[in-house]
Design a protein around this ligand. Structure first.
Ligand code: BES
Ligand code: ZN
Length: 846
């Protein structure tokens, strides 16, 4: 045990900054940063530490006098000896390199009319502000910031930051002082930018910024959503947006999806810009939810910030719920909560079923661990489901009243989880914190078994649900049951409850017994045979969320080996005619999972393809390839699922139709309807592929600025079965001119998921691991290459190779949990295939 470490866990305990004057001189040509940071603060001891990473510190002064300092690179800090404790004004001169890591201050590259250009932007969360300027880089260390930035400027360039520019003098751009905020939210950017502006009804200036590689109309959709989102939140939170402007900026190189810097939110281009005349509905919905997510953070995260990263859920879980609450208000016709059911719910239920998963609230200390808790399935998906449960228990009136008090009490300051429960408890009279403790502090979730016992009594019992090996520690949860029977308690806190005589209860209710109606509680249900039969007999009466939930829960039970996988087959046939997008999403999720039970080229695979044809053919005939004017949202969203199934089935008519569409549009592929463009390209690559086609599509990938066309090409090109072409693709993995580092994981995944390319992609990963570590190492991106691989592998051979390669790396900070869990995930699939393949293939052949 290192006592010094435990004594002062946080630098902020010893030194509390009040204000930073940050001066930066950035030279793109020389790739250097020179800076002076002056900090006013209070030191409770004469020896303090300030974070720095990769900075060459030349000089530290206090009241213009030099003081001694020691760089402590392993602590990402510099130790400074002050003349005395107390209030100080500290000045640090330093230089730093400008590098392509997508962290700190970094360049983004793009082309306009073939000419290579760059813009400079920033990404500081979680711990990269310290790479831009020395600071106490902890969320609780809130201070005000005055930025002054000089750069090798040429005419036509724009610079933007958290606050408006105040004046320019001697080529230095001075910005208004910020409000009190955390270091990880500081941001600026400059370069040749285009923009569109509007204003909210309360007078907040809203803008969207992008490079000039894009058409001006690509900014419009985001501008509309951003404006409406701020108006919505000002009302919903009963709290005004506190800054003069809200800029949204698309950066060509961006590691995460988007980042909530206060007043200057940054995005991947694909998550902000879209062609309003040709973008699929699901992509529009995604962009809208990304924008509303980041704007939700302007309050939850920026105005009130978690004290430490262990309470990251206060930021991310909340923003992840609010994106849906706000989009539902802005576009009610989208039924966006259905998207919540297809993206957040299954992601959380999947990962949270693996033993070794972290709880939503989790202790973290070193920077690699901090990055590792931004787990999309846990702090985002599960966390948002927790808050959806809270919202359901409280109702919006109490929720909003509670939030208003929470913001009033903690604005420009920090909070811990209990502060939120306190505020919501005061507003509702419910002991919400107590109920939520079981969900936030414990990993995993329960399966509730509903059975009618020998005495005819309907009995519920809860038990932790595992996919793969799991150690039952006897955990229980306080479960909001949401039953359609009054006899079920609102909250089930015990291991077991007896509800009463089933026959009597059923007569009273006049419908089959159900739990988790609406699927907003984080548990799954295992009905006994009789109860399940009663539900299935009336399945057509159920709404699409409930139908989907039935399929989903049964799939999870099958993955957890609690029921046979073969039992799912008749259900697929039964729901194949559904017009609901979310039912089809789950149906084809299950159908696609069947592929792991058949070997490429086997007779079982041929049977499975036939089965896919049966499932999809009527819907393919009903919907056709080309979107129809005025069709429903569901039809638009269902089409890609069934066409994709038809392509897998090798449905000749579908393949010919796709080819014809391709031929008719070959010189304007980008203009092809975005709803089906990806599938047309994929079919062409798979069925009419050639080197010419490959070159043409790869050239289009490099040339187009339309993010959604780019994504379609990225999906289609790696599906080629030609090994030579696969080698060409992999040959571009390290070439940022062709494949940007931000998109590499998708390209890796594409080839890995392709039976013909898997070996080559997997070899590449193992051979280039060190390069990957050096390139994307200090970032959550890195671990996700492991996750992606485990998501695909399901054979004993890959399991053995995976273990051989990753087990020796298991003690790498930030990777331990990922590797441990991913081994379990592959193991569980290997075991499932071994156990179920025969029965399943027999059921498919029937
Ligand atoms: N604060 C995060 C971005 C982030 C994540 C920064 C991890 C540093 C490390 C941001 O609010 C966010 O959640 N972005 C998501 C997209 C969002 C719409 C779910 C992302 O980047 O994936
Ligand atoms: Zn977020």
């Amino acid at each position: 045990m290192n006592f010094l470490m435990t004594e002062n866990k946080r630098l902020y305990d010893v030194f509390q900054p009040d204000h930073y004057d940050v001066y930066l001189d950035i030279d793109r040509a020389k790739r250097t940063i020179a800076g002076t940071t002056t900090i006013d603060g209070h030191a409770s001891k004469p020896v303090i530490k300030i974070n720095q990473k990769f900075l060459h510190i030349a000089n530290v002064t206090v009241d213009q006098k030099q003081v001694p300092f020691t760089v402590k690179d392993n602590e990402e800090a510099v130790e400074i000896t002050l003349p005395a404790a107390g209030d100080v004004k500290l000045s640090i001169d330093y230089t730093a390199p400008l590098t392509d890591t997508m962290m700190g201050i970094y360049p983004s590259y793009y082309k306009v009319n073939g000419e290579q250009k760059q813009i400079i932007g920033t990404q500081f969360e979680t711990t990269a502000a310290r790479q831009a300027f020395p600071c106490v880089d902890e969320p609780a260390a809130k201070a005000t910031f005055s930025l002054a930035i000089k750069f090798d400027e040429h005419p036509g360039e724009t610079i933007i930051a958290n606050m408006p520019e105040n004046h320019v003098k001697d080529g230095i751009h001075y910005f208004d002082q910020t409000v009190k905020m955390s270091t990880y939210l500081v941001a600026f950017a400059f370069g040749e930018l285009q923009s569109k502006m509007t204003e909210t009804k309360s007078g907040v200036k809203v803008g969207v910024f992008a490079t000039k590689a894009h058409q001006a109309k690509e900014l419009d959709f985001a501008l509309g959503i951003a404006k409406k989102a701020i108006e919505f939140y000002e009302d919903f939170y009963h709290t005004p947006y506190p800054l003069p402007h809200s800029w949204q900026l698309a950066l060509p190189d961006f590691s995460a999806g988007a980042m909530e810097n206060w007043g200057l939110v940054t995005y991947r281009e694909a998550y902000l810009l879209l062609d309003p005349d040709n973008t699929a509905l699901d992509m529009k919905q995604l962009v809208a939810t990304v924008i509303t997510h980041e704007l939700a953070h302007q309050w939850f995260g920026d105005l009130v910030t978690m004290k430490w990263w262990d309470d990251l859920w206060l930021n991310e879980s909340f923003a992840n719920m609010m994106e849906y609450v706000s989009v539902d208000a802005i576009h009610p016709e989208w039924k966006i909560w259905e998207l919540f059911q297809t993206s957040e719910a299954p992601m959380a239920l999947q990962r949270d079923a693996t033993d070794g998963v972290q709880p939503v609230h989790v202790e973290v200390n070193n920077p690699a661990e901090i990055d590792s808790i931004f787990d999309p399935a846990i702090v985002y998906a599960k966390g948002s489901r927790m808050l959806v449960m809270v919202r359901a228990l409280l109702g919006d009136d109490a929720l909003r009243a509670g939030l208003k008090n929470y913001f009033a009490a903690h604005k420009y300051n920090n909070a811990a989880g209990n502060d939120l429960w306190q505020a919501l408890g005061d507003a509702s009279g419910l002991n919400i914190g107590e109920i939520m403790k079981s969900w936030l502090e414990q990993p995993g979730y329960p399966v509730v078994s509903a059975t009618v016992n020998d005495q005819g009594q309907l009995v519920l019992s809860q038990k932790q649900f595992f996919i793969g090996d799991g150690k039952d520690k006897g955990r229980t949860w306080q479960i909001p049951l949401n039953s359609n029977y009054d006899a079920a308690p609102q909250i089930m806190a015990d291991k077991e409850v007896v509800l009463g005589d089933y026959a009597t209860l059923q007569k009273q209710a006049g419908q089959p017994f159900r739990l988790n109606v609406g699927n907003n509680s984080h548990f799954i249900v295992k009905y006994d045979d009789q109860l399940l039969k009663d539900i299935l007999d009336h399945a057509t009466d159920l709404d699409s969320i409930s139908q989907r939930q039935l399929l989903q829960d049964l799939r999870l039970l099958a993955e957890g080996q609690q029921i046979s996988y073969a039992n799912l087959i008749p259900l697929l046939t039964r729901f194949a005619g559904s017009h609901s997008a979310i039912v089809n999403a789950e149906l084809y999720h299950i159908a696609n999972s069947l592929k792991m039970f058949v070997k490429p080229g086997s007779s079982e695979e041929a049977q499975l393809k036939k089965f896919f044809n049966q499932l999809s053919k009527d819907q393919v005939a009903r919907l056709g390839w080309l979107p129809k004017a005025g069709e429903s949202n569901d039809d638009q969203l269902v089409r890609p699922y069934v066409l994709n199934a038809a392509l897998y089935a090798h449905n000749e008519d579908a393949i010919k139709a796709a080819h014809q569409i391709f031929l008719d549009n070959q010189d304007k592929l980008g203009a092809l309807s975005a709803d089906i463009r990806g599938l047309v390209l994929k079919s062409e690559v798979q069925n009419y592929g050639s080197r010419d086609l490959f070159d043409k599509l790869l050239a289009a990938y490099q040339q187009t600025a339309d993010p959604s066309y780019k994504a379609d090409l990225r999906m289609a090109i790696p599906t080629t079965t030609d090994l030579e072409l696969i080698k060409l693709i992999i040959g571009h993995y390290k070439d940022a001119q062709v494949i940007k580092p931000q998109d590499l994981r998708a390209w890796y995944r594409g080839v890995l998921a392709n039976d013909a390319g898997q070996e080559a992609a997997w070899d590449w990963l193992r051979n280039e691991w060190q390069w990957l570590d050096d390139t994307v190492g200090g970032d959550m991106e890195f671990a996700s290459y492991i996750t992606v691989s485990a998501g695909i592998f399901h054979t004993p051979q890959r399991l053995a190779e995976f273990k051989e390669f990753f087990e020796p790396k298991i003690n790498t900070p930030g990777l331990t949990r990922e590797i441990t869990m991913d081994i379990r995930i592959i193991e569980s699939k290997v075991a499932l295939v071994e156990k179920e393949a025969d029965a399943l293939n027999a059921a498919i052949a029937d």
